[in-house]
Design a protein around this ligand. Structure first.
Ligand SMILES: C[S@@+](CC[C@H](N)C(=O)[O-])C[C@H]1O[C@@H](n2cnc3c(N)ncnc32)[C@H](O)[C@@H]1O
Length: 192
């Protein structure tokens, strides 16, 4: 896997693709951050990043400028209940379906949800292969709709980079309330 100069894996092209939508100094949550490749990349761009993982060694290794928190996202209560809403939530290569309502609630008005992880079909090419870890066709779109988010971009297919994998990817936004009878036109720049 390609490494950055700090020895951390390069950020996902999906995350970098949509990061231009974040306002300067955005408050970002990197959930199940691992080594912090996205936390580090976003912090280097001036965002305020909270990175959460259950792996204490990974959190201890986060670069300066990233706030880390050790927490198990699958046991007990939602560990970020006391946090102010986030301007963006980034999740990559991680899936725990009971978290959907918490993610939606943690997103501030105008905030972006950027999620990329493995999808059904991946069991034919490698790991993860357990259904618990694989998105069903259209699942991220359904979650966005049920959470009241507007989809900016979505992909579902076979990727070859950084490795052969079936993935789903979404970038969705919690729009600032618009008049119900006058749907707002999209305001999100597709180009950086
Ligand atoms: C495949 S790694 C992805 C890391 C990072 N998001 C990335 O794409 O580079 C999955 C991460 O989820 C974390 N994780 C798995 N189960 C977790 C849990 N119950 N609570 C918090 N973190 C968890 C692991 O420790 C690991 O760092």
């Amino acid at each position: 896997m390609k490494l950055t100069h700090a020895g951390i894996s390069a950020p996902s092209a999906w995350v970098t693709r949509w990061a231009h939508l974040l306002r300067p100094g955005a408050r970002v949550l990197d959930l199940a951050c691992g080594s912090g490749r996205h936390a580090a990349w976003l912090a280097a761009r001036g965002h305020t990043v909270l990175a959460v993982d259950r792996d204490a060694d990974a959190i201890a290794g986060l670069p300066a400028g990233v706030t880390g928190r050790v927490a198990d996202l699958e046991q007990g209560t939602w560990p970020l209940a006391g946090e102010a809403p986030f301007d963006a939530i980034v999740v990559t290569n991680y899936l725990h379906r009971p978290l959907w309502p918490h993610l939606a609630a943690a997103l501030a008005p105008g905030g972006f949800w950027i999620h990329e992880t493995f999808a059904v079909g991946n069991e034919t090419v490698g790991k993860p292969s357990r259904p618990d870890f694989l998105l069903r066709p259209g699942e991220l779109l359904e979650v966005a709709r049920e959470s009241g988010l507007r989809v900016v971009a979505y992909e579902d297919g076979l990727a070859e980079v950084p490795k052969t994998a079936f993935v789903q990817r979404i970038c969705a936004v919690r729009e600032v309330a618009a008049a119900a009878d006058a749907p707002a036109p999209p305001r999100y720049r597709l180009d950086p």
